[in-house]
Each structure stands twice: as structure tokens, then as C-alpha cells.
Design a protein around this ligand. Structure first.
Ligand SMILES: N[C@@H](CCC(=O)N[C@@H](CS)C(=O)NCC(=O)O)C(=O)O
Length: 155
């Protein structure tokens, strides 16, 4: 059997499997937030669209709810942070980072973003959510700087 594209890519970028693992877990985490949002809408009868409200009791249920809004904010913050990570982490893999440094970057992003979601949805006391945000953003800033540096060196 010929080697898979992933095996070939890993030869040039040993950090790639670690990135794929952490980034895919974060994408699944985002799906989980979406599922929780949908379940909350049903439980609290707070629908975004009139047709959904009509199906579940009447037009009065086309309304907002603080807990649903909280889920939406958590999801939006994921989009503001995890999407850039998907780009930065992938490019960073091809800079040839030391495996331990790469793992440290990716695990900090993963742990920080998991904690951010738990803190946001669980309404944990401030500044837990902000600290989690910083834990995940610092390695992203580090990767962004390393990419800029390498790109500038090769102009
Ligand atoms: N768009 C964000 C930018 C800053 C940010 O991401 N802050 C983190 C740590 S305080 C956060 O969890 N913000 C809450 C949110 O985005 O809903 C905001 O409006 O707060």
C-alpha cells in the first residue's frame, strides 16, 4: 500500500499529527457548543426563527434567552480564536519546530480553549475565562511571530 499523504507530509513536518489532533478536537468542541445551544433553545423555548417557534408552541417563543445568548457568545469567541489557530498552527508545522515546542504550543491552545468554554458556559468566577483566553492566545501570538519572522527572512 502506498504511504498516505499524511505520512508523506509528516516527513517534512513531524509536528503535523499533533496539530491535526489538537485542532480537530477543537473543531469537535465547537460542534458540541452548537449542540448545547440547540438543546438550550428547545429547553428554554427561545428560538431564533418564527418557523421554529411556531413548531414548538407559538410565535411568542421567537425570543432571546440569556443562556442561549451566552452559548452564542462562547461560539463567537471560538470563531475569533480557533479559526486563526487553524491557519497559524498549520503554517507553524512547516517551519520545522522542535517536537516538544510544537506540542507545548498546541496543548496550551487546546487546554486554554477547553477551559474557556467550560468557564463561559459554566459561568465560572472571573477572571477564569479571561485567563483561559490568554493561555490559548499566547501560543497563537508566538506562532504568528515565528511565521512572520520566517516569512520576512525569505523575502
Ligand atoms: N470579541 C471579544 C474580544 C476580546 C476577547 O476575546 N475576550 C475574551 C476574554 S475576556 C472573552 O472571553 N470575551 C468574551 C466574548 O467574546 O464574548 C470580546 O468582545 O470580548
Amino acid at each position: 500500500m502506498p504511504p498516505s499523504a499524511l505520512v508523506l507530509a509528516t516527513v517534512n513536518s513531524p509536528a503535523l499529527p499533533a496539530f491535526l489532533l489538537c485542532s480537530t478536537l477543537l473543531v469537535i468542541k465547537m460542534y458540541a457548543v452548537a449542540v448545547i445551544t440547540g438543546q438550550l433553545r428547545l429547553r428554554k423555548k427561545a428560538f431564533a426563527n418564527p418557523e421554529d417557534a411556531l413548531r414548538h408552541g407559538g410565535p411568542q417563543f421567537c425570543r432571546s434567552d440569556p443562556d442561549v445568548e451566552r452559548c452564542l457568545r462562547a461560539h463567537r469567541n471560538d470563531m475569533e480564536t480557533i479559526y486563526p489557530f487553524l491557519f497559524l498552527g498549520l503554517v507553524y508545522c512547516f517551519l520545522g519546530p522542535a517536537p516538544t515546542a510544537a506540542w507545548a504550543h498546541f496543548l496550551l491552545v487546546l487546554a486554554g480553549r477547553l477551559l474557556h468554554t467550560v468557564a463561559y458556559l459554566g459561568k465560572l468566577r472571573a477572571p477564569t475565562r479571561s485567563l483561559a483566553y490568554i493561555v490559548a492566545q499566547l501560543p497563537c501570538a508566538s506562532m504568528a511571530l515565528q511565521i512572520l519572522w520566517e516569512a520576512a527572512r525569505h523575502l
